[in-house]
Design a protein around this ligand. Structure first.
Ligand code: ADP
Length: 486
């Protein structure tokens, strides 16, 4: 089976969050099941240089304001990649995939991701390459317009699956931009991609993809409710029979404490004492007091309201009073960055904050900390708690979305049955987070119980095997009977 992935990020080529990790790992896991996948993404600066054997495979003249080409190549891991090389859209100094250097969206994001989606559709229809996929797998709003182009192509198209990694990002633009996107006026209808007078890329995907998935079963249920549906719950309820939740895996070659080259010392569930070397090294690196006897909590996250870290700031005095430590790596909203920096000044030796994006440091934090805090208000899947499980860094999480699906709370029954892997709190409010943090501190004081939980967490199955099986089943179902939307 041949599958085309259309995406705006792919690890290790370009990453701003979990989407990149998923798209970088899932095709490789699927390859083991016989799926031949190619990943189409924009040629942002520096991406082509990371590919092996890259060469132009097609010309794409007149591509949304300039000439473009399709470049094929493979990553070091053997992932087959197609780059949309459109310098007028992607070759820009500074900024990132979505934001310019001023921190605002690139003003032509509709064209940048419209073009990506348009090329996705052309490849899917066999108009660009001799390679033609049996199925297209779209990721988030940046790729979702592919479904619109396939819908209006009025010729047989391969079945399509849209994975929603985060419903908060909906790709909403002015309705007047429709002609520039090469779509007919009829696309702008209530049963099309019209969204409160504007147009939404994500809505196009929700309407016209044959199937929808999201990255955990709990999130798949949550987004059907007005509370968590972000304005899409009505639409999603209509399509709920074509909506599946599959929990992400983690890439064992990148996230494995036994082989991770970023660490001061490698370790595993059987060689757990070596984790302490990483804790001491991290404390030294970040200027924290070097102590084994106090719990070191960490955060590796975008600093946004979604991630609920304002609640952690609110609970910080209580945590500090217990002598615990906190190490934060993140970037995001300016006020939150400032508040965390202020906390580091207020609690020297106890709180360390690194504002920025630093992949190697994220590994050292996972390895050197005792627990990771993920108090998200909503969380489609969440990856850092999975890395935490793998690294014996017990997750303290809000009971929402994928966090609810992947962490087993250390309540009395779970402790007695020997199945607990972390700490959950609900409802998602600061006081409840505080309770969970104190429960974690209490358990940390019981060294044997803590180590038992660490070993259990580290041996939980969190790789891509199960998820890849879930996607394969879905692909096969889609190929057997294309579930055209009504
Ligand atoms: P989201 O995709 O919503 O940001 P996830 O938990 O699904 O959240 O994925 C976040 C990914 O980004 C993880 O791989 C995490 O380690 C990484 N990450 C987040 N912030 C940083 C940072 N400041 N530095 C390095 N890695 C980060």
């Amino acid at each position: 089976m041949k599958a085309l992935f259309v995406t705006s990020e792919c690890y290790p080529l370009v990453k701003t969050g979990g989407l990149a990790d998923v798209v970088g790992a899932l095709p490789l896991a699927l390859a083991a099941t016989g799926v031949e996948a190619k990943v189409l993404l924009p040629a942002y600066p520096g991406v082509r240089e990371q590919l092996r054997g890259s060469r132009k495979v097609a010309s794409l003249p007149g591509m949304f304001g300039g000439d473009a080409a399709l470049v094929g190549g493979t990553t070091a891991d053997g992932l087959a990649v197609l780059l949309l090389d459109a310098p007028h859209l992607y070759a820009r100094k500074g900024g990132g995939p979505y934001l310019g250097p001023d921190g605002h969206d690139w003003p032509d994001n509709h064209l940048r991701f419209g073009a990506l989606s348009w090329v996705g559709a052309q490849v899917a229809l066999g108009r660009v390459l001799s390679w033609r996929p049996d199925l297209v797998h779209l990721h988030d709003w940046q790729a979702a317009l592919t479904a619109a182009y396939l819908h209006f192509a009025k010729e047989p198209a391969p079945p399509s699956l849209l994975t929603i990694h985060n419903l908060a990002f909906q790709g909403v633009f002015g309705a007047d931009l429709l002609p520039a996107l090469r779509l007919p006026a009829s696309a702008l209808a209530v049963d099309g991609m019209e969204y409160w007078g504007s147009l939404s890329f994500l809505k196009a995907g929700v309407q016209w993809c044959d199937h929808l998935s999201t990255v955990s079963p709990t999130y798949a249920r949550e987004i059907l409710t007005p509370d968590q549906g972000m304005g899409f719950d009505g639409l999603l309820r209509v399509r709920s029979h074509h909506l599946t939740g599959i929990v992400n895996g983690i890439d064992d070659r990148v996230w494995n404490p036994a082989t991770d080259t970023h660490l001061a010392a490698s370790y595993s569930a059987r060689r757990l004492p070596a984790k302490a070397t990483n804790k001491a090294a991290l404390q030294v690196e970040l200027g924290l007091h070097v102590r084994v006897d106090v719990p070191l909590f960490c955060v590796v996250s975008r600093l946004t309201t979604q991630k609920g870290l304002d609640m952690l700031l609110a609970e910080l005095p209580g945590l500090m009073a217990r002598g615990a430590q906190l190490a934060v790596l993140g970037a995001g909203e300016a006020w939150m960055e400032a508040d965390f920096r202020a906390a580091a000044r207020q609690y020297p030796g106890q709180v360390a904050v690194v504002v920025g994006y630093d992949e190697p440091l994220s590994h050292r934090l996972q390895a050197g900390s005792d627990a990771i805090v993920v108090p998200s208000r909503f969380e489609p899947c969440g990856l850092t708690q999975l890395y935490g499980l793998r690294y014996g860094t017990l997750p303290v999480v809000a009971r929402v979305g994928g966090l609810a699906d992947t962490v087993i709370d250390a309540n009395e029954a779970a402790l007695r049955d020997g199945v607990a892997t972390g700490f959950q709190f609900s409802p998602v409010e600061a006081a409840q987070l505080g309770v969970a943090l104190h429960r974690a501190c209490d358990l940390f004081a019981d060294t044997l119980a803590w180590q038992r939980m660490q070993k259990r967490a580290m041996t939980r199955e969190v790789g891509w095997g199960v998820a890849a099986g879930g996607y394969l089943t879905l692909y096969e179902r889609l190929l057997a009977s294309t579930e055209r939307p009504a």
